[in-house]
Write a protein that binds this ligand. Structure first.
Ligand code: ADP
Ligand code: 5GP
Length: 205
């Protein structure tokens, strides 16, 4: 049985997954989206280039820098961060409206500062889960193995990860992502316990 500090009593709710880049947020969030039909993913905006296989409007809204800053000015973001030099990421208020108006719970995949800001904004309507890699070394290996980053981008992510790993105590729950199948089961149990929903589909992963 999963022990959470509180559970949702207002519908619909939010589960925020946060961690340093490479810890497994995207992998776990995708698994949950394919397992529970009541969940919707908050698609963030960014000015970073799309990776191969990333789809505009599904993985991110890919903006030009000028466009991103215009949206900042016009108040479109609930939170935004310059996560790496000149690389901006932000949560659009319109995403929260879109998903809640479809009567779904929202999953977020964001870095630690944005996660803290959203947690502060939504309080007990949001559960903030820190995904913890088994070690810094394994985190770096995963990032390298993913082969999505240039050498420069990899360096930026590694440089930021040390600080981000010290944030684990600031969140409601720490989920260790060592064995992936175990992490999937724990993530499912967290979502079920917090949101009071049950699995729609059995997945083979
Ligand atoms: P994030 O979204 O936090 O940056 P990803 O989900 O992209 O992280 O995961 C980083 C890389 O590590 C991916 O290549 C993913 O397949 C791999 N990965 C994730 N979890 C595990 C795990 N438990 N064991 C081994 N590899 C993993
Ligand atoms: P990536 O470039 O690897 O997709 O993301 C880099 C980091 O930015 C990750 O930690 C990711 O979770 C975070 N991120 C993605 N979207 C947002 C967002 O809307 N706001 C914030 N603050 N961080 C985000």
């Amino acid at each position: 049985m999963i022990k959470l500090p509180f559970t949702l009593n207002k519908e619909p709710g939010i589960v925020i997954f946060t961690a340093p880049s490479g810890a497994g947020k995207t992998t776990i969030v995708r698994h949950l989206l394919s397992t529970f039909k009541e969940l919707g993913f908050s698609v963030s905006a960014t000015n970073r280039p799309a990776r191969p296989h990333e789809v505009d409007g599904k993985d991110y809204y890919f903006y030009r820098t000028r466009e991103f800053l215009r949206e900042v000015k016009s108040g479109s973001f609930l939170e935004w961060e310059e996560v790496y030099d000149d690389q901006f990421y932000g949560t659009l208020g319109s995403e929260v409206d879109r998903i809640w108006s479809n009567n779904k719970h929202i999953l977020f995949d964001i870095e630690v500062n944005g996660a803290s800001n959203l947690k502060e904004k939504y309080g007990e309507r949001a559960l903030a889960v820190f995904i913890k890699p088994p070690s810094k070394e394994i985190l770096f290996q995963r990032l390298k193995k993913r082969k999505t980053e240039t050498e420069a981008s990899l360096k930026k992510r590694i440089a930021r990860a040390g600080k981000e790993l010290t944030f684990e105590d600031k969140f409601d729950y720490v989920l260790l992502n060592d064995d992936l199948a175990t992490a999937f089961r724990e993530a499912e149990a967290i979502v079920e316990a917090f949101l009071g929903i049950t699995k729609t589909r059995e997945t083979s992963e």
